[in-house]
Design a protein around this ligand. Structure first.
Ligand code: DON
Length: 579
């Protein structure tokens, strides 16, 4: 057996013992338990010596590798990747948005969840999201400053750097500052996003300056610069939180927002706080999955689905029945998503119940083996296009530190609103609140009181950055795609457990059910004809959709020490690389 290069002082036998002890400590838990208090990792694992990064843009992957080569660790690299994505992939994430991260710290084997989600401003008013006749106003929910939550990403990057990184923040931000200042060639996704949202961009002068420099979207091959964002990132590097949440940048953010009809105050920015929370841990078929807790709904839903499925012997079933049961589990988990989940600092959630294997036992009893349950028949309370705006990256460094991070400005190019003189494109995350009870948001998700907007509250997210620990292998998984994030990650976990490599996991065909609308979305070819026919016979409404998601995966084979990295083959520009 070969072990990672970095362990010269130890012989193979000692290492093997270490590995066995580590894995038995980490995985001996009752396989049916789900815990919110995780923190038990494979403590004795040593790093692979090399590093791997997969992100949605090659500039960002290279920026992360550059920072690693300068002595940074996975968390410094994460700052470099995230800030570079803010420059080169603004349609998906940025310093005007937020992120959620699951990280694994090699030196003590602990996992943490970092919540840099946006918050509602103190003056939030539900009337701003209603037309005069009381119908939902989709424009204020999705465009312009009223749609924007107080950004969390800058504070999250400061937090990652300060608490987990090795390098000064300034050094980790340096590649992004350089690229913003010197320029880069926008890829087809960015050009398409600007073209798609040109009309909304045209409503705000600083947005026109940034995205339509010659009065029209950039063209392929042209160099695109973002000097205002370069300066803002530089101030963040020099002054930390004060560089964004106080002083010059904060003043410009507040005055631009207010001049355009928004309601932010200096206090909203000053009082923004990153929250560190216990990740959700679920054991499934000998694997330990560490994932996102509320205010993400992702981890709860993934845990609930896995707990339901762990009571079936899926390996003995034909594909149609296996898929039927997965879909039925998805349906039930999304029902609970709509009814119960929100910001844990504001709402009481029955998490012990939702995560309990006994609760899953009960739900399992409601599933018919041969027949779809119409969602309308399940006790509880409209459709949308799953997209791929928002972004996910995965990193493992040479020491074995791991970062699984999903970042968002919500819909393509967020609110399309850029604050004058800052280069900061604001998110439109307010639409992730249930702005109008039981009316679908842009991803067709419904919500209730638990996710109603309130001053300072975090809007519920589907972001599900995850790390899967097996006895022999570790996988770092996540993706954008609104509500489909949850099912993408779930299916990614299945692919990882089935032994697929990083490309196999990222490229695997997808299907999705989210309770309402009551249908199974599927990519072309995910089910063979016989399976599709059988699912239809059982009462599932199948609908073929354009491919969705942008999964970026890294894996680590603990026996050979080999790393693998891949970016979703559905999209251009991504890069998974081992160095
Ligand atoms: O936090 C959330 O769940 C959404 N803002 C994510 C949006 C997203 O993934 C967009 N991509 N289609």
């Amino acid at each position: 057996m070969r072990f990672p290069l970095k362990w010269p002082a130890l012989n193979g036998r000692v290492l093997l013992l270490g590995l066995l002890l580590a894995s038995s400590a980490a995985y001996a838990d009752d396989p049916r338990t789900t815990q919110t208090a995780g923190h038990k990792g494979p403590t004795a694992l040593r790093g692979p010596g090399r590093a791997a990064i997969a992100s949605a843009n090659f500039h960002a992957t290279e920026a992360g590798l550059e920072v690693l080569s300068k002595g940074g660790n996975a968390f410094d690299a994460a700052v470099a990747v995230a800030s570079t994505l803010s420059v080169v992939e603004p349609e998906s994430s940025g310093i005007g948005g937020g992120f959620m991260a699951v990280i694994h710290r090699a030196w003590d084997g602990k996992q943490f969840f970092i919540d840099a989600r946006e918050t509602a401003p103190a003056a939030v008013n539900v009337k701003d999201y209603l037309n005069k006749d009381g119908t939902p106003n989709r424009d204020t929910a999705l465009n312009g400053p009223l749609s924007a939550g107080i950004p969390g990403e800058p504070a999250g990057l400061v937090w990652l750097s300060k608490h987990y990184g090795k390098l000064p923040l300034k050094d980790a931000l340096a590649p992004a500052v350089r690229i913003a200042r010197d320029g880069f060639e926008p890829d087809s996704r960015l050009i398409n996003a600007i073209t798609e949202r040109q009309k909304d961009i045209g409503r705000w002068p600083a947005s026109v300056t940034k995205f339509l420099p010659d009065g029209k979207p950039p063209v392929a091959g042209a160099v695109w610069r973002d000097p205002d964002q370069a300066r803002t990132l530089e101030l963040l590097g020099e002054k930390g939180l004060d560089g964004f949440y106080r002083g010059e940048v904060a003043q410009k953010l507040v005055s631009s927002v207010r001049a355009a009809g928004g309601n932010w105050t200096a206090k909203d920015l000053e009082s923004y706080q990153v929250k560190e929370r216990e990740p959700i841990t679920v054991n499934y078929r000998g694997y330990r999955i560490v994932t996102a807790p509320p205010p993400s709904s992702g981890g709860v839903a993934v845990a609930e689905i896995l707990n339901i499925l762990s009571g079936f012997d899926l390996s003995k079933m034909d594909t149609a029945h296996r898929m039927h049961l997965v879909i039925e589990a998805m349906r039930r988990a999304f029902r609970d998503h709509n009814d119960y989940l929100g910001d844990p600092d504001f709402v009481k959630m029955p998490l012990d119940m939702l995560l309990s294997p006994y609760y899953a036992d009960g739900l399992r009893q409601t599933i018919l083996m041969d027949k779809a349950t119409p969602s309308s028949m399940l006790p509880s309370s409209a459709g949308a296009e799953p997209g791929m705006h928002t972004t996910h990256f995965s990193i493992i460094d040479g020491e074995g530190n791991i970062a699984s991070i999903t970042l968002t400005v919500n819909y393509t190019l967020g609110s399309t609103f850029v604050a004058q003189g800052t280069g900061v494109l604001l998110n439109d995350e307010m639409d992730d609140f249930a702005l109008v009870p039981n009316k679908p948001n842009v991803y067709g998700l419904l919500g209730s009181k638990a996710n109603a907007p309130e001053p300072g509250k975090r809007m519920l997210s589907s972001m599900t950055p995850s790390i899967v620990f097996g006895a022999d292998r570790i996988g770092v998984i996540g993706s954008p795609g609104g509500s489909t994030i949850i099912t993408q990650v779930l299916e990614g976990i299945f692919a990882f457990i089935d032994g697929k490599n990083a490309l196999g996991i990222a490229g695997q065909k997808r299907f999705h059910h989210q309770f309402m609308p009551d249908r199974v979305d599927m990519e072309d070819g995910v089910f063979d004809k016989a399976t599709a026919d059988e699912l239809t016979r059982m009462g599932h409404a199948l609908k073929q959709r354009e491919p969705w998601g942008y999964m970026n995966v890294v894996t680590w084979d603990l026996k050979s020490g080999t790393l693998d990295a891949a970016s979703d083959p559905r999209r251009p520009s991504g890069l998974g690389k081992v160095q």
